[in-house]
Design a protein around this ligand. Structure first.
Ligand code: C2E
Ligand code: CA
Ligand code: CA
Ligand code: CA
Length: 279
């Protein structure tokens, strides 16, 4: 039995070691990616339910690895946040997305906005809103064409500075969306407390809309409350025509999901914009 215990211990410490090595590898890969331009921004369309046209898009970051291909944020975001690299990655996404979208706007391909995800660490920076202002000035993107997506949990990491940042961003005319609504803290009180313009209903509520009466009632209640507070509502993760129909009947404003399109590379989005009219 003693022997077994020793073996188990050895196994345990080896796998810990392996994990630590993996983390080191991933961290140095992210540093390399920042230096060598291996991070890419992809764009997922958001469609107005009423007007049936693209009114926005969400920027989603990917790491293009020379051998492994595309690596998705689920695999590197947690470590990016923990290590603080998220600040540089977030910067890169903000600059790249604002610049690209303004180029599309300049040549008349696109009239809508760009939504960009923020991490808790960015929101907690002292001069974050000044930084965003500088990026808008540099790229020429108007403030009202930028929407920043913030989760409740990232606001709650340091609520005071986060809300101050949000207020400063709103004063510039930047739109603010509360992301993943319905997961995590999900307190209705935050809808009044946070200076937001938009509410994004999480995919977990959209997933079972067809089969679950409870989820339909929940989605309907969220949309009604949001509208009463003057907020625009976006549903994320819309994958089927029936989900779209149900959300449309509930007067959801905007839908986003695989039913319309997966996130597209800059090149593929340029092609999509060129083949659509009146965006
Ligand atoms: P999120 O902000 O909730 O983004 C939505 C995620 O759902 C994206 O995953 C998107 O590709 C995926 N998605 C979109 N439509 C559908 C659908 O119809 N069905 C399903 N099953 N999934 C759908 P992705 O791109 O892997 O991003 C995952 C998360 O990583 C994001 O969740 C966001 O929290 C984070 N993230 C991505 N890019 C950035 C970034 O530039 N900065 C920060 N801070 N976080 C980012
Ligand atoms: Ca988001
Ligand atoms: Ca989301
Ligand atoms: Ca999510």
């Amino acid at each position: 039995a003693k022997n077994q215990g020793a073996n188990r211990y050895q196994f345990f410490s080896e796998s810990m070691n392996e994990q630590a090595i993996k983390r080191l590898h991933l961290e140095s890969l992210m540093r390399q990616a920042l230096k060598e331009g291996m991070f890419e921004v992809h764009y997922q369309p958001q469609y107005s339910v009423e007007r049936q046209q693209m009114v926005g898009m969400e920027a989603l970051v990917r790491l293009r690895h020379p051998e492994q291909g595309l690596i998705f944020p689920g695999d590197f975001m947690p470590l990016a946040e923990e290590s603080g690299l998220i600040i540089d990655i977030g910067n890169l996404v903000l600059e790249q997305a604002c610049k690209t979208v303004q180029q599309w706007r300049d040549i008349g391909l696109y009239k809508g906005h760009i939504a960009i995800n923020l991490s808790a660490k960015e929101l907690d920076l002292d001069n974050f809103s000044d930084h965003v202002e500088a990026v808008l000035a540099k790229t020429g993107l108007p403030a009202n064409a930028l929407e920043l997506e913030i989760t409740e949990s990232s606001v709650m990491q340091s609520p005071k500075t986060a809300v101050e940042s949000m207020q400063a961003l709103r004063r510039q005319g930047i739109m603010l969306a509360l992301d993943d609504f319905g997961t995590g803290y999900s307190s209705l009180a935050y809808l009044k407390k946070f200076p937001i313009t938009t509410l994004k209903i999480d995919r977990t509520f959209v997933m079972d809309l067809e089969s679950s009466l409870e989820d339909r009632q929940m989605a309907n209640a969220i949309i009604t409350i949001a509208h009463n507070l003057g907020l625009e509502v976006i549903a994320e993760g819309v994958e089927t025509r029936d989900q779209l129909k149900i959300l449309s009947a509930m007067s959801c404003d905007v839908c986003q999901g695989y039913y319309f399109s997966k996130p597209l590379s800059q090149r593929d989005m340029t092609t999509l914009l060129s083949t659509q009219q009146g965006n």
